[in-house]
Design a protein around this ligand. Structure first.
Ligand code: ACO
Ligand code: KIV
Length: 391
């Protein structure tokens, strides 16, 4: 694989499904997994097989279904979890076990009541054990974001020796700043023996709204896998949003990074996940939100009508949105009104436009948004007829 290729590891069905109220049944998971495979993700994290019989079945069925992507199952650093994951993944064409353990002081002390040395032993043993079942083993150092870099490097060196193929450096609590997270990846790249033979992965949470920025900082410093979810869903404030990192790489060619994602399927995939999980994204959500390509203020609308690129850095068609929209509000100007009127058949002269515009504003102040039938009504009141109708 080229040095510039960033692997997209989708964890919508695992971290995404940890969101309260977003639980999916196996059938719904299969529909999403099929779509993710079509979208072109490199890895589908299908679930946490030991967590429930339902999740085991989902991982097993997804393993049977998926044609292209690696199918991955999450485990803790213990034998039973790993055995169950291996069992659930046995039909996968390309199985991966994702095992790991907390490495920050807080996790070692409070979660495990353990010591740094013992955690290294458990990390090594879990990786080596997973390796007995599958060739492809990803290790996560949970809470790596708050883990001392020197210690983290020691842990990673051991799991590489045990056979890890991918090293996941999660900012589990969404604590890091982008330059801090980027520096962590750089430090590991420079200080962990054998790291050039494995893939470094970014798994960033959004507690401070930095999940996407941190993942990008990670790949700018040598990571080559991003763990993300459709719509950025995930535990607490969520994960890095798949659609965001993919479009950042596409819209910034100087980064010289690419993915295998068919971006034209992003919008539809987002809708599929919203509907299946019953979790609607906010209208201003980057890339796929309902307002991501909607313009509602006069100066912007005038610019977009003259040339879309004045206020749009992405082509909506590239993410599967048919076209940008010009929404008529009391902040709209004449250009927008003329444009929308023309769309429904009225080619207004300058005089007609000047006549009707003050009435439009009054109407818009009262109604918030002016739709096509309101435009017809306004034209009727002003005795303006459709341009293509002869009277
Ligand atoms: C950061 C993340 O997103 S990690 C993934 C989070 N996702 C989930 O937790 C969803 C799936 N989880 C589950 O279904 C359940 O929690 C299970 C099946 C994993 C475990 O259930 P239980 O056995 O009842 O344990 P419980 O959830 O109460 O506690 C977790 C146990 O796992 C241990 N543990 C936590 N992480 C790890 C790890 N990476 N490696 C080894 N042990 C771990 C904890 O120390 C605790 O063990 P203890 O009770 O001996 O202290
Ligand atoms: C299990 C790991 C990868 C995780 O979800 C996290 O650390 O946030």
């Amino acid at each position: 694989m080229s040095k510039n290729r960033v692997q997209i590891f989708d964890t919508t069905l695992r971290d995404g499904e940890q969101v309260p109220g977003c639980k999916l049944n196996t059938e719904q998971k299969l529909v999403i997994a099929k779509r993710l495979d079509l979208l072109g993700v490199d890895v589908i994290e299908a679930g946490f097989p030991i967590s429930s019989p339902g999740d085991f079945t989902s991982v097993e069925e997804i393993s049977k279904l998926v044609k292209n992507a690696i199918v991955c199952g999450l485990t803790r650093a213990n034998k039973k979890d790993i055995e169950v994951a291996a069992q659930a993944l046995k039909y996968a064409k390309r199985p991966r076990i994702h095992t790991g353990i907390g490495t920050s002081e807080s996790h070692i002390q409070y979660k495990f009541n353990s010591t740094q040395d013992k955690i290294i032993e458990r990390a090594f043993e879990a990786t080596a054990y997973a390796k007995k079942f599958v060739e492809d083993v990803e290790f996560y150092a949970e809470d790596a974001g708050r883990t001392d870099n020197e210690y983290l490097a020691k842990v990673l060196e051991q799991v590489i020796k045990a056979g890890a193929t991918v090293l996941n450096i999660p900012d589990t609590t969404g604590y890091c700043l982008p330059d801090e997270y980027g520096a962590k990846i750089k430090y590991l790249k420079e200080n962990v023996k054998g790291i050039d033979n494995v893939i470094i992965s970014c798994h960033c949470h959004n507690d401070l709204g930095l999940a996407t920025a941190n993942a990008i900082a990670g790949i700018q410093n040598g990571a080559r896998q991003i763990e993300c979810t459709i719509n950025g869903i995930g535990e607490r404030a969520g994960n890095t949003a798949l659609e965001e990192v993919v479009m950042i790489m596409k819209q910034h060619p100087y980064l010289n990074l690419d993915t295998n994602i068919n971006t034209k399927l992003l919008y539809d995939t987002s809708l599929l996940v919203q509907r299946s999980m019953g979790m609607v994204v906010q209208p201003n959500k980057a890339v796929i939100g309902e307002n991501a390509f909607a313009h509602s203020s006069g100066i912007h609308q005038d610019g977009v009508i003259k040339n879309r690129e004045t206020y749009e850095i992405m082509n909506p068609e590239d993410v599967g949105v048919t076209e940008s929209s010009i929404v008529l509000t009391a902040r709209s100007g004449r250009a927008a009104l003329a444009y929308r009127a023309k769309n429904v058949g009225y080619d207004l002269t300058k005089i007609q436009l000047d006549d009707v515009y003050p009435q439009f504003l009054k109407f818009a102040d009262f109604h918030k948004e002016v739709n096509d039938s309101d435009i017809h009504h306004l034209m009727e009141l002003n005795h303006i007829h459709k341009t293509n109708v002869h009277i």
